[in-house]
Design a protein around this ligand. Structure first.
Ligand SMILES: [Zn+2]
Length: 78
């Protein structure tokens, strides 16, 4: 199974967690190293399928370095 990021369609995703029951994986949490999107693969298709997500929410081809920083980095302790 090839997993890509639902938001930027990068293949650079990492599995962060798996929900297990009776030895079976029920869901997984994935994280994209490129756009920092994190999702659970059991979420609705409108959240996890790039073809079903609204176009305004997609970031394929976006230069992330050109985006404004919304949350400034934490200050270092003085
Ligand atoms: Zn991404």
């Amino acid at each position: 199974m090839k997993v890509i990021c639902p938001r930027c369609e990068s293949p650079g995703v990492t599995q962060m967690h798996a929900g297990m029951e009776d030895g079976k994986v029920l869901w997984r949490v994935w994280h994209c190293k490129d756009c920092a999107y994190t999702w659970r693969d059991s979420e609705p298709a409108e959240s996890v399928d790039p073809k079903m997500r609204p176009a305004w929410a997609q970031m394929k081809g976006v230069d992330f370095d050109s985006l404004r920083q919304v949350i400034p980095p934490a200050r270092k302790p003085t």
